[in-house]
Design a protein around this ligand. Structure first.
Ligand SMILES: *[C@@H]1O[C@H](CO)[C@@H](O)[C@H](O)[C@H]1NC(C)=O
Length: 408
């Protein structure tokens, strides 16, 4: 029923990553996300061919994940230039689902839980982008957690490191949802295809789904009020590893939403709804491109060090990379020039005549640099001192790692 399109995971260096210098710089969720210790090299959820026994590291039965977003205009909620978060739901692989899986973990006062466990940045983001249509944000968050969050097998408290605080799995859930949402900037994707809110224009369903597909690579499903007023979009994923820190594998929507095929209205938000603030955009404290991707970033290796201006790996002071585009498709350049992957090697410089397109994959509260969907990078050895190692795509050399995009 649903096709796989694997974003290859990498557990590169996970054994070495007890101290991960990237965490300290991560602007997307500055909170230290709990590590699951799970590999992401096994099958994605819903794609196993044998029975998986460790459901802390394999999401089951709810392995079809939907990141749902609202476009609420009656009344308007959230910024007028952004869709808002509805939730992240674990459907079964056949599209059926269960809800309210553990009433004993139906936590209340999510806002305090987040602040108490180092997730204040996630909380502030939620106050702007995960908002209830009637202004009852706290109730909405409690509902999303207890109804859907408690159904994740990989978020069972027994899957967390021993000694984890009560509710830590819910904190991890909110961190993960926010981080994933930032990679799915629906408003920006539609507006760059000329699809903007209007009181008079109408759009066809295929105009909208094609615009998202060309930016994101996969087809979402769209829900409408009264079948013609766009109200919700759902992005579908399978998951490799744990919801704590695994990798989201995007897939085409396996089901159609409720919108008609044409005559769709995408009304402007009034700007007077609760929590509205028309001029803000997603992201951290430094300038961002669309969708929360920083426009200036360091590229930090998961093991040690980062990338220099030529695209080589070193433990010397990392270079500043300029990012242009959206999380699903962007180019990189440094003071030396544009960057490309050429014969499997990353290079930046004036000799690069056709820059490569990269994407960002949300994983464990970080944005990882991906090329052709893979977040795996590899070198002949770990640099030290003034060494510079060539950075290759894939895993063919001695040292494997991932590269985080860290806002400067
Ligand atoms: C995949 O693993 C789950 C969890 O163990 C199991 O219920 C399901 O039957 C497995 N699917 C296949 C095709 O083996």
């Amino acid at each position: 029923m649903r096709a796989a399109a694997l974003v290859l995971g990498s557990v590169a260096g996970s054994a070495l990553a007890n101290f991960n210098p990237v965490d300290a710089f991560n602007l997307f969720t500055r909170n230290a996300q709990i590590s699951s210790g799970c590999s992401t090299s096994g099958p994605a959820s819903c794609h196993n061919t044998t029975r998986q026994s460790n459901l802390c590291c394999f999401e089951s039965p709810g392995g079809l994940l939907l990141q749902t977003q609202f476009w609420d205009t009656n009344p308007s909620t959230g910024p007028s230039d952004s869709w808002t978060i509805h939730g992240l739901w674990p459907d079964n692989c056949d599209g059926t689902f269960t809800e309210n899986c553990d009433p004993s973990r139906a936590y209340t006062n999510i806002a305090s839980l987040l602040s108490a466990q180092g997730a204040s940045d996630t909380l502030s983001f939620m106050q702007e982008y995960w908002v209830d249509i009637n202004g009852q944000n706290e109730q909405f968050w409690e509902h999303e957690w207890s109804t859907h969050g408690t159904c994740y097998s990989t978020l069972e408290p027994s899957c967390l490191p021993s000694g984890s605080a009560k509710g830590a799995e819910a904190v991890a859930f909110f961190n993960t949802v926010v981080s994933l949402f930032k990679t799915l900037p629906t408003y920006d994707w539609l507006s760059s295809a000329g699809i903007t809110p209007s009181t008079s224009k109408t759009y066809t369903l295929s105009q909208i789904t094609s615009a998202v597909k060309s930016a994101h690579g996969f087809i979402p499903s769209l829900n409408c009020d009264s079948s013609t007023t766009i109200n919700q979009i759902s992005y579908y994923f399978n998951l490799k590893g744990s919801l704590l820190d695994g990798q989201f594998v995007p897939i085409d929507a396996p089901e159609k939403g409720t919108c008609a095929s044409s005559g769709l209205k995408y009304p402007p938000k009034s700007g007077s709804g609760s929590g509205s603030s028309p001029t803000t955009s997603a992201g951290g404290s430094s300038p961002t491109t669309s969708g929360g991707l920083p426009s200036k970033a360091h590229l930090q290796a998961s093991t040690t060090g980062g990338l220099l201006t030529a695209g080589t790996w070193s433990t010397q002071t990392p270079a500043t990379y300029t990012i242009s585009g959206s999380p699903s498709s962007f180019t990189l350049s440094t003071s030396k020039g544009p960057c490309a992957v050429s014969s499997g090697t990353l290079t930046c410089g004036s000799s690069v005549s056709s820059p490569s397109t990269f994407s960002a994959v949300s994983s464990g509260g970080q944005l990882l640099l991906a090329f052709q969907g893979s977040t795996s990078w590899t070198s002949d050895k770990t640099p030290s001192g003034t060494d510079q190692e060539a950075v290759f795509t894939g895993t063919g050399h001695s040292v494997d790692y991932t590269i985080a995009i860290v806002s400067t």
